[in-house]
Design a protein around this ligand. Structure first.
Ligand SMILES: NC(=O)c1ccc[n+]([C@@H]2O[C@H](COP(=O)([O-])OP(=O)(O)OC[C@H]3O[C@@H](n4cnc5c(N)ncnc54)[C@H](OP(=O)(O)O)[C@@H]3O)[C@@H](O)[C@H]2O)c1
Length: 253
């Protein structure tokens, strides 16, 4: 039985697909029948994730890439296009935050790295995949932002700036590319239990404060975000573009 979430015949590329939210998103897209192209920097992690997807009965393959490097981002898009002729779904999920603390302590190198991985990489990938999406008359791009992109969290500095930038990038692309059948949306996760946020959730005092003010008083799971990414990527969201979707247990209320 087909449903509006059926992705049979669609090719989905997920960056940062080997852990946390990205891996759960690969699983959700695979479950719905997509051919999943898993990517992250470490080839061994990519291989292991592809094996896990296939073990679950899903279609998957891997292409390692560091999206912060221009040549890697281009090669990733080119290889996916060379294999399949098009990519229908792009989930720009990989991100980095190498610094924690006062924003004035951010070095020019750290600033550039954060922007290269979190903003330029997603843009370059989307731009490179656009001609094939235009030719197919369809495409869905999901950009992983953060609650930090809407309201800066103390200590996250330029990471929050990069997450605000990807919200704006989402809106710009949605506005310009809707006429080609390409939808672009952003997700703002709250506190999700992954390696990335371990510094926060392993600190009892910090988590106590967070959860005391959060209507759904638990940490989010990667699957909480993956199911929203799946919705936005699928035909079920055919009229949804330029949106910014919070999944934060109500934390920002
Ligand atoms: N966890 C949270 O609480 C939270 C909250 C708000 C937003 N987010 C956002 O959600 C997304 C996923 O976060 P997560 O918590 O799932 O992270 P995670 O568990 O640490 O996983 C990060 C993934 O990204 C890959 N990666 C890191 N740097 C990369 C690069 N330069 N190029 C390509 N791949 C790279 C990692 O694999 P390799 O090491 O092999 O590259 C890994 O697969 C990020 O955009 C993050 O900003 C997370």
């Amino acid at each position: 039985m087909t449903t509006p979430y059926d992705l049979t015949g669609q090719v989905a590329l997920v960056t940062g697909g080997t852990r946390g939210i990205g891996r759960a998103t690969c699983m959700a897209l695979g479950r719905q029948g997509a051919q999943v192209v898993v990517s992250s920097r470490k080839a061994a992690a990519v291989e292991e994730t592809v094996a896990a997807l296939r073990e679950a009965g899903y279609q998957a393959e891997g292409i390692p890439a560091n999206v912060g490097r221009l040549e890697d981002a281009h090669a990733l898009a080119d290889q996916a296009l060379a294999r399949h002729g098009r990519v229908d779904i792009l989930v720009n999920n990989a991100a980095t935050n190498p610094v924690f603390g006062a924003v004035e302590d951010t070095s020019p190198e750290a600033f550039a790295k954060i922007m290269d991985v979190n903003v330029r990489g997603p843009f370059e990938l989307a731009k490179r995949l656009l001609p094939a999406m235009k030719a197919a008359g369809r495409g869905a791009i999901v950009n992983m932002s953060s609650i930090g992109g809407l309201a800066p969290e103390r200590g996250l500095g330029i990471y929050s700036v990069s997450k605000a930038a990807i919200i704006s990038l989402t809106q710009v692309m949605a506005k310009e590319w809707g006429k080609h059948g390409v939808r672009v949306n952003a997700i703002c996760p709250g506190f999700i239990k992954t390696d990335f946020s371990q510094v926060l959730w392993s600190n009892e005092a910090v988590m106590g404060e967070v959860l005391a003010n959060q209507p759904i008083a638990r940490l989010g799971t990667p699957e909480d975000i993956a199911e929203l990414a799946l919705f936005l990527a699928s035909p079920a969201a055919g009229f949804v573009t330029g949106g910014v979707y919070l999944a934060d247990g109500g934390y920002l209320l």
